[in-house]
Design a protein around this ligand. Structure first.
Ligand SMILES: Nc1nc2c(ncn2[C@@H]2O[C@H](COP(=O)(O)OP(=O)(O)OP(=O)(O)O)[C@@H](O)[C@H]2O)c(=O)[nH]1
Ligand SMILES: [Mg+2]
Length: 337
């Protein structure tokens, strides 16, 4: 790419960033698409946006497929918007590989209700997330935050570890269950108990809802006896319009808890630490595979290990030692800009 073209792209991106920071939704949608695709400009965008983020309240929403997460998100968005909050939603769609970049979709959804409610909806495909789902959703939610969204809701299906990680990296985690969610062993196995700040038993218009709520409360009694925050359990039915106002109030109760005694700061610092650890590992392994190890070297080591000339442990250590020796070269090739 010519110098001139590169400068033009950077100018365009600066304009997009400026517009997004002023709250323009289309610019925000385009930035998120770029980050989702893992465009070359991603680090630049993130560096420019990050100083403006940190003001939003992040809510994670997870639970089994079809539990009613999206329906509940819609109802909550309306309530938040009625209180004049600017809301952003990221829904991770595990199935569709095409949901992400569809600008047309963004536009339709944006215009649909923007007269009455100021919200931004974004669907993101788990399959398209470049650099891992939790990284991409985090980056997208920070862009929303920087663009002035005061509440950012992230919906993921609680089926895999990466989806749970996404929900976990928020200020308040809602776990949505239904009477069909199965017995408590299944809930525990899915790792949902550990991450929930609030439990919702949705579809309470169906039989068995009380049982699930009872069983969750029982598990919490055993587990959270010594913890500061004991997750609240709400019963909702979006069908009968029941329990949503109480849930909405319950979310603000957790928000107030976070405001006390530096709880929010502690939680976010813990999350930053986890993120840094992950990113450092990724950076190091990128350098390792780009600059130190090539196929030829691996093959050579395989042959030596195969012939029992060297143990696998020592072969690995040899590589690492070589890497450390090459520290200076790496410093030259590795730039943070
Ligand atoms: N009976 C009953 N059905 C409900 C209730 N809430 C949602 N549903 C229905 O459950 C189905 C799934 O709802 P969604 O909101 O799409 O569920 P979801 O958890 O977002 O689904 P995925 O994102 O696909 O995992 C829809 O057909 C809803 O109409 C409820 O309170 N009672
Ligand atoms: Mg959904």
């Amino acid at each position: 790419m010519s110098q001139k073209n590169r400068r033009k792209i950077m100018v365009d991106i600066d304009t997009l960033i400026e517009k997004s920071l002023q709250g323009e939704k289309l610019a925000t949608a385009r930035l998120i698409s770029m980050v989702e695709r893992g465009d070359q400009q991603t680090p630049y965008i993130l560096e420019k946006m990050y100083p403006h983020s940190g003001n939003a309240y992040y809510i994670g929403m997870t639970g089994p497929p079809g539990a009613g997460k999206s329906t509940i998100v819609n109802k909550l968005v309306k309530l938040f918007c009625k209180s004049s909050y600017r809301v952003g939603v990221i829904a991770v769609d595990p199935s569709s590989p095409f949901s992400g970049g569809a600008l047309l979709g963004d536009r339709i959804r944006m215009n649909a209700k923007s007269q009455t409610y100021d919200y931004f909806f974004r669907s993101m495909s788990a399959g398209r997330a470049m650099g891992g789902l939790s990284r991409t959703t985090k980056e997208a939610s920070r862009i929303l935050d920087a663009s002035g969204r005061q509440i950012v809701i992230i919906e993921t299906v609680g089926v895999g570890q990466s989806e749970l990680d996404v929900a976990k990296a928020t200020d308040t985690v809602l776990v949505i269950l239904t009477p069909e969610s199965g017995d408590h062993i299944q809930i525990m196995k899915a790792g949902l108990l550990e991450i929930a700040d609030i439990f919702v038993v949705n579809k309470s218009d169906r039989p068995g809802a009380e049982n699930i709520a009872h069983s969750v409360r029982g598990m919490l009694d055993r587990r959270h006896a010594r913890l500061q925050w004991r997750p609240h359990v709400f019963m909702t039915s979006t069908l009968m319009n029941k329990g949503i106002n109480e849930l909405h109030e319950g979310i603000w109760t957790h928000h107030r808890y976070l405001q006390q005694n530096g709880n929010l700061e502690k939680r976010r610092k813990f999350q930053i630490k986890e993120e840094l650890q992950q990113r450092i590992e990724t950076e190091l392994s990128d350098i390792l595979w780009q600059h130190i190890i090539d196929d030829e070297k691996i093959e050579q080591l395989v042959a030596e290990v195969w012939l029992h000339k060297i143990s696998p442990l020592n072969a690995a250590r040899k590589i690492v030692a070589e890497w450390l020796g090459k520290g200076k070269i790496i410093q030259k090739t590795f730039s943070t800009k």
